[in-house]
Design a protein around this ligand. Structure first.
Ligand code: AR6
Length: 165
């Protein structure tokens, strides 16, 4: 699909309408991509997140992007990998669908996703990539996006995404 792109790089550097964060239910920051986003966005982001009441797993929430180049942030709470019997793939899929829907609601046309759940949350990379790519490809209004980027941060994920797409 013409508007889907895979890159290997730091999502906090991307000039897109909205980036997706792999957050946790508290929305109060953490390590991995969440830590990098908070670090670059600055302390105002944490203040905004503190004013929200968290976000359940599988759901998404929009905030401003403060010092980031990207225009906004969609915080998605991916599932922790628990062996695959805890609805992990539905919850992961719901992060991708939810983020795409929310982005279109706000008129965003370029969006970048990290490989949600595949770091600290331990989701196997191949399974996560299959779920992520099939969710995006099957999204009804995909054509409304100018660009949907899978932003990988390691060579292994980059190779997995390249071979799937
Ligand atoms: N740009 C793009 N991708 C990145 C970056 C970056 N700057 N940094 C890391 N990644 P993780 P999770 C990749 O652990 O598994 C946090 O503490 C990373 O290589 O960030 O969903 C939250 O607060 C991996 O492929 O998120 C939660 O508590 C992917 O981003 C918890 O971690 C996701 O890894 C969420 O865990």
């Amino acid at each position: 699909m013409k508007n889907i792109e895979i890159i290997n790089g730091d999502i906090t550097e991307l000039d897109v309408d909205v980036i997706v964060n792999a957050a946790n239910e508290t929305l109060l920051g953490g390590g991995g991509v969440d830590g990098a986003i908070h670090e670059k966005a600055g302390p105002e982001l944490l203040k905004e997140c503190q004013s929200l009441s968290g976000c359940p797993t599988g759901e998404v929430i929009l905030t401003e992007s403060y010092n980031l180049i990207a225009g906004a942030i969609i915080h998605a709470v991916g599932p922790k990998w628990g062996g695959g019997q805890n609805n992990e793939s539905d919850l992961l899929e719901s992060c991708y669908f939810g983020a795409l829907e929310l982005a279109l609601e706000h008129g965003f046309r370029t969006i970048a996703f990290p490989n949600i759940s595949t770091g600290i949350y331990g989701y196997p990379k191949i399974e996560a990539a299959i779920t992520a790519t099939s969710a995006v490809k099957s999204f009804e209004d995909l054509a409304e996006f100018e660009k949907v980027i899978f932003c990988c941060f390691d060579e292994e994920n980059y190779k997995i995404y390249s071979s799937i797409l």
